[in-house]
Design a protein around this ligand. Structure first.
Ligand code: HEC
Length: 153
């Protein structure tokens, strides 16, 4: 109980402003003033393709996490495989050509990670190993999100 109380107190500073203030510009946190992530200019439809893939990654992570919790390693392998290099094919070449090299490298690395995760989950069946791999892969999601944004031209 005490733990939950501390957590609630910790969350108060983040939740209060949204109740206390409306859309007053000056109430925005300082990081809202600048966004130094590199822009990737795409058209509206191309952006939808990329963001749909992203939501697919998040949905897959949810399924992998749930399967890990239930120790269903065959399911972990199945979902991880679907997030592997086969997912790259969904993105047409015309879009891939517009993506910066660093973006593609990180993107490929993530999909290759999922292929390896699938193989290991299938062959070793050790959830702890998958968790370590997930941590490494999520670091790449974080790194790419810190570096790039999509802007519609
Ligand atoms: C190669 C770069 C890259 C990698 C790797 C990457 N993302 Fe993204 N992701 C982006 C960019 C760029 C955006 C759009 C951000 C923006 O325009 O502000 C995005 C947006 C998203 C969104 C928002 C989708 C929407 O509908 O708005 C989700 C969710 C997401 N990513 C999940 C993930 C997850 C989970 C992973 C890792 C498994 C991941 N991404 C890996 C670049 C990447």
């Amino acid at each position: 109980m005490k733990k939950y109380f501390v957590l609630m107190i910790a969350l108060v500073p983040f939740s209060l402003p949204s109740f206390a203030q409306s859309d007053d510009q000056e109430s925005l946190p300082s990081f809202a003033q600048s966004d130094s992530r590199q822009s990737i200019p795409l058209n509206a439809e191309e952006r939808i393709v990329i963001l749909t893939e992203m939501r697919g990654l998040l949905a897959g992570l949810q399924e992998i996490t749930a399967a890990l919790a239930a120790n269903e390693m065959a399911e972990v392998a199945r979902v991880a495989k679907s997030l592997g290099m086969q997912m790259v094919q969904i993105v047409p070449l015309s879009i891939r050509q517009k993506l910066p090299r660093g973006f593609k490298q990180l993107g490929f690395a993530v999909h290759q990670d999922f292929d390896l995760m699938a193989l290991d989950a299938q062959n070793l069946g050790e959830s702890q190993q998958t968790l370590v791999q997930l941590g490494d892969t999520l670091a790449k999601c974080v790194a790419c999100h810190a570096a790039y944004q999509i802007t519609v031209k």
